[in-house]
Design a protein around this ligand. Structure first.
Ligand code: ZN
Length: 147
């Protein structure tokens, strides 16, 4: 779909208008069969115009959707901060998150990470596992406990 549909719709509407003018301006000598033919062409042009305007409507709806998606992305971009190894959103000076770095960088998707109890987080979307700088391996704790 492209915006070219508007030109096509306008051509069909102009053709319909020309036919209507021809019928209006014709004198009574125009044969009944000829009038019927002109009206059939008029109806056909109007039907074409209707289809093309419907296509324009779809194009506009699709553009609106795209604009809204871009607005959301732009808003996120203005609020997202990188704090290795996660992203956070800053909303009214409050930090929300963390969000998955992989999902945001590859698909622009904000996926909230789960867990975090032991400074280890999981992404249910990409199955990524993230540990922050305070993470302590359970093995090293055990090992330390034995010393
Ligand atoms: Zn992820």
């Amino acid at each position: 779909m492209d915006i070219h549909a508007i030109s096509t719709a306008l051509s069909s509407i102009k053709a319909a208008t020309d036919i209507a003018k021809l019928i209006k301006d014709s004198n009574t000598s125009l044969e009944k069969a000829e009038i019927k033919l002109q009206i059939a062409e008029l109806i056909s042009s109007l039907a074409d115009a209707q289809i093309e305007v419907a296509e324009v409507q779809n194009i506009l709806l699709s553009k609106d959707k795209e604009i809204n998606e871009l607005r959301v992305k732009l808003e996120i971009k203005s609020k997202i901060v990188w704090e290795k190894p996660y992203y956070f959103l800053i909303c009214d000076d409050e930090k929300d998150g963390p969000y998955c770095q992989h999902c945001y960088d590859t698909n622009s998707q904000l996926v909230r990470l789960q867990g975090g109890g032991k400074n280890e987080w999981f992404c249910h979307s990409c199955k990524g596992r993230f540990r922050d700088k305070n993470y302590v391996s359970p093995n090293s704790r055990t090992t330390r406990g034995h010393w």
